[in-house]
Design a protein around this ligand. Structure first.
Ligand SMILES: [Zn+2]
Length: 100
């Protein structure tokens, strides 16, 4: 099934986490690490992470300058499911501050 990523590129694969096309997603986030924690925590955290990355991706598409201000790699490095669960109510801006 052909999809249109929020980056404006069409792609012909499974859904990506951020709803960018796979190429742009890889460029922006690299490979997402497997999360660590209990099964319940991990599945919850994966949803939280996907939602947040979608938001980040959307912000990037709208304003490329944001890229240099964002601590994307620090965010992606968060492997503990618990961290994502604890930050589930945070906005993108709050998360970036939390990474300082
Ligand atoms: Zn793309």
């Amino acid at each position: 099934m052909t999809r249109l990523g929020i980056c404006g590129h069409q792609y012909d694969e499974e859904q990506t986490v951020s709803t960018l096309c796979p190429v742009c997603e890889e460029k922006l986030f690299g490979t997402l690490p497997v999360l660590l924690g209990s099964r319940t925590e991990v599945s919850l955290a994966m949803n939280i992470r996907s939602e947040l990355l979608r938001e980040v991706a959307l912000m990037m598409v709208e304003n490329e300058d944001l890229h240099r201000n964002m601590r994307i790699s620090q965010l992606i490095d968060k492997r503990k499911a618990k961290w994502w669960v604890e930050h589930r109510k945070y906005s993108v801006q709050e998360i970036m501050v939390a990474l300082l």
